[in-house]
Design a protein. Structure first.
Length: 234
């Protein structure tokens, strides 16, 4: 996806992009490639592929929620910053928290944030379920992109969401995971509000956005320890 196609496809999502934002994304791309030579951040490094499979793909979150109407967003298992850091660049007024368990990735994210002069963004080196024990009902939106099975993600994420806020999972083909999520939704006092399936431009690979609404405050029983979630998933 070249830059002109990227801009055109963002327009279809209702997103306009400034020269500053284009430059920030370009700088982000260069830093991603540079740091990827010394640590494993992504297997996708060709510029057109990064703009399609990372930058554009991250912003498809806008298909199911207007990010201009929310104040706080948390991205769990953010990795190299997808989707949270891309969203922050395109929605600079949004307060964003990036969570990842690997401190080396957090170092990369902090460097990008510093170089791009971003504010109202923080990074947390932690597992999501550990962070969720003492940081409950904080965010309007929590998202995760290709991190874990949906029933696990619901337990990791929903405790962080404000009542009447949303957890949005970003996945490829997720039909079976959706079928197996009923118990997790029930236990975490949440409901499946929207499923948006679409294909990425150009390559036509399938994507699924799963929008979950939190109905009431989460029981203190959740999230459980990672070992319990893995052994006995909801």
């Amino acid at each position: 996806m070249n830059q002109n196609k990227f801009i055109d496809e963002l327009n279809k999502l209702g997103i306009s992009i400034t020269e500053l934002q284009l430059e920030q994304l370009n700088q982000y791309y260069k830093l991603l490639v540079e740091w990827n030579e010394k640590m494993n951040l992504t297997g996708i490094t060709e510029q057109n592929d990064v703009y399609l499979k990372h930058f554009y793909d991250s912003l498809t979150l806008c298909k199911v929620i207007d990010l201009n109407t929310v104040s706080t967003l948390c991205d769990i298992g953010t990795g190299a910053g997808f989707p949270g850091l891309v969203i922050k660049i395109m929605f600079p007024e949004l307060k964003v928290t990036l969570i990842d368990s690997l401190n080396k990735r957090i170092q990369f994210l902090n460097y990008v944030i510093e170089q791009l002069h971003l504010d109202k963004i923080e990074t947390i080196s932690a597992r999501a379920e550990e962070y969720g024990i003492n940081n409950r009902e904080l965010f309007d939106v929590v998202t995760a992109r290709a991190v874990a099975p949906l029933n696990h993600l619901i337990e990791y994420s929903v405790p962080l969401v404000k009542t009447n806020g949303y957890f949005i999972a970003m996945k490829a083909n997720a039909e079976d995971e959706i079928k197996n999520s009923d118990k997790a939704l029930q236990k975490l006092d949440s409901m499946l509000e929207q499923i948006e399936c679409f294909n990425l431009p150009i390559e036509e690979s399938k994507r699924t956005l799963i929008k979950v609404k939190k109905i009431k405050e989460t029981s203190k029983l959740f999230p459980r320890k990672y070992s319990d979630i893995k052994k006995k998933p909801l």
